[in-house]
Design a protein around this ligand. Structure first.
Ligand SMILES: NC(=O)c1ccc[n+]([C@@H]2O[C@H](COP(=O)([O-])OP(=O)(O)OC[C@H]3O[C@@H](n4cnc5c(N)ncnc54)[C@H](O)[C@@H]3O)[C@@H](O)[C@H]2O)c1
Length: 441
């Protein structure tokens, strides 16, 4: 079945709740790329290729040339934050990008001023800000956000808008009654139910308007039945949770390789130090719990210990994050992996990744925004599982286990793009080549 994908005509507004390190590195990066100052490395929509047809056809276009994506020059940025700093000031404070680079795009960045945020300190205990909406109920706050989205769209002459949550990680909560149906959720908004987090109010506002929404943090946000149902009702693509960047990226690259070779794993100890504001927020145990749950889910799904108890049944997995200001955004992670091979003989792998958190996250924000906009134009709604590639804890329907193996995630994403454009899916079977080549000999 060939799906009709509407063209990317007009301007695309990318609205970001949370204009901190990740969001400002993303926005500044796109502006720098537009001026030819740097390359969008790490972004599949800008730099990735996709094979089309048979290997013998040698068709390997850029993804950007294969599917109709919004172009960087057609993007307009906006967002919300609890602090009043414009994007230039916030990027300077985040200290991810050099001041000399930011100086070249100062005019563009200074023009982006945060709208007043929907914030509740009980969800992020370590932060306090003044740029916050004061409406009496959560329902009124949602209406105010919808008004922000529509006013932004009109003022900037956008034909489409998407939202990507880049706000702080909220405290850990589980799905409860208020999250179960659209009706209970809307009633909860009106009753100021304590179980409705600020990020859910942004998600509700976007989804209600049919605006695609992605969640870059590990909070539940749009991963609750009420908002999944609302996304179907309003034909809105959604995705989450938690950008897959440093240590978990490495884990989902390495673990599938060990599993593929049927090597056993006894233990995987992961620790990190980071000193940015994200690290400060995660220093609070209630916020760390949200991140910990997201990071821990990965290995079980890849190793499936219930299917191979002799290889993975004893696996001890531990994740720590420590706030260490001197390192700023330059996170350092260590992994000690205790593996075993033939006849049970032990071996060890040590990884010391000196990464840059926001440098790894920024291209993910761009790709998610562009792909969700594409999904909307392809009339795909609800959870976009094909975007699991970008998430630590991919959102799926409750009855489906998420796929964490990055290579399977990539195949799924590429096949979804081929499917959208009416091209053959690629199974990598390849037997037909040998049949055809033998016949041609
Ligand atoms: N950098 C990474 O590699 C990475 C990876 C995965 C997930 N994340 C997540 O992405 C998010 C952003 O990370 P960051 O490093 O930019 O953090 P940050 O602390 O620099 O930025 C977060 C911003 O969100 C703002 N904020 C908090 N609550 C808000 C609300 N209710 N409304 C509007 N703004 C709000 C804060 O004021 C802050 O400016 C965090 O949740 C983080 O856990 C980051």
């Amino acid at each position: 079945m060939v799906q009709k994908v509407k063209p990317a005509e007009g301007k695309l507004g990318i609205l970001v709740p949370g204009l901190g390190a990740v969001a400002t590195t993303f926005i500044a990066g796109v502006e720098a790329v537009k001026k030819g100052l740097a390359l969008p490395v790490g972004s599949l929509t800008q730099m990735g290729n996709i094979r089309i047809g048979k290997r013998t056809e040698n068709r390997n276009p850029k993804i950007n040339d294969f599917v109709p994506l919004a172009q960087l020059n057609d993007i307009v940025f906006g967002g919300w934050d609890i602090y009043e700093d414009n994007v230039y000031e916030a990027a300077m404070n985040a200290k991810v990008l050099e001041s000399s680079l930011l100086a070249e795009i100062k005019t563009e960045l200074s023009a982006i001023k945060p709208m007043k945020a929907v914030f509740d300190k009980s969800y992020v205990a370590n932060l306090d800000g003044t740029n916050v909406k004061k409406e009496a109920t959560k329902y009124d706050l949602a209406l105010a956000l919808m008004n922000d989205i529509e006013s932004f769209k009109e003022a900037n002459n956008c034909s489409r808008v998407v939202l990507v949550w880049c706000g702080s990680t909220e405290k850990y909560i589980e799905t409860s009654d208020v999250h179960r149906t659209i009706e209970s959720f809307e009633q909860g908004l009106k009753d100021n139910d304590a179980n409705i987090a600020p990020s859910m109010i942004y998600a509700y506002a976007a989804i209600k308007l049919g605006v695609p929404f992605a969640n870059g943090a590990p909070n539940l946000t749009c991963d609750i039945p009420a908002l999944i149902d609302l996304a179907k009702e309003t034909n809105t693509p959604i995705g989450g949770k938690d950008f897959k960047t440093g240590q978990t990226l490495m884990k989902t690259i390495l673990a599938p390789g060990l599993h593929a070779r049927a090597l056993g794993v006894r233990g995987w100890f992961s620790t990190n130090i980071l000193g940015n504001r994200d690290g400060y927020v995660l220093d609070n145990p209630e916020n760390f719990k949200t991140k910990e749950v997201s990071k821990l889910s990965v290995l079980d799904e890849i190793f499936k210990p219930e299917s191979s108890p002799e290889l993975y049944g004893e696996l001890y997995h531990k994740v720590r994050i420590n706030y260490y200001p001197p390192h700023g955004d330059n996170k350092e992670s260590w992994d000690n992996i205790d593996i075993f091979g033939w006849l049970g003989y032990s071996m060890q792998i040590k990884i010391n990744f000196l990464c840059r958190d926001s440098i790894l996250a920024a291209p993910i924000v761009l790709d998610l925004a562009l792909f969700l906009d594409l999904a909307k134009r392809a009339e795909m709604d609800g959870i976009q599982e094909w975007l699991s590639f970008y998430f630590k804890s991919p959102q799926t329907l409750p009855e489906l286990a998420p796929e964490h193996d990055i290579f399977k995630q990539l195949i799924k994403m590429q096949n979804t793009l081929r499917h959208m454009m009416g091209e053959d899916l690629i199974t990598h079977l390849g037997l037909d080549y040998y049949q055809e080549l033998v016949e041609a000999m």
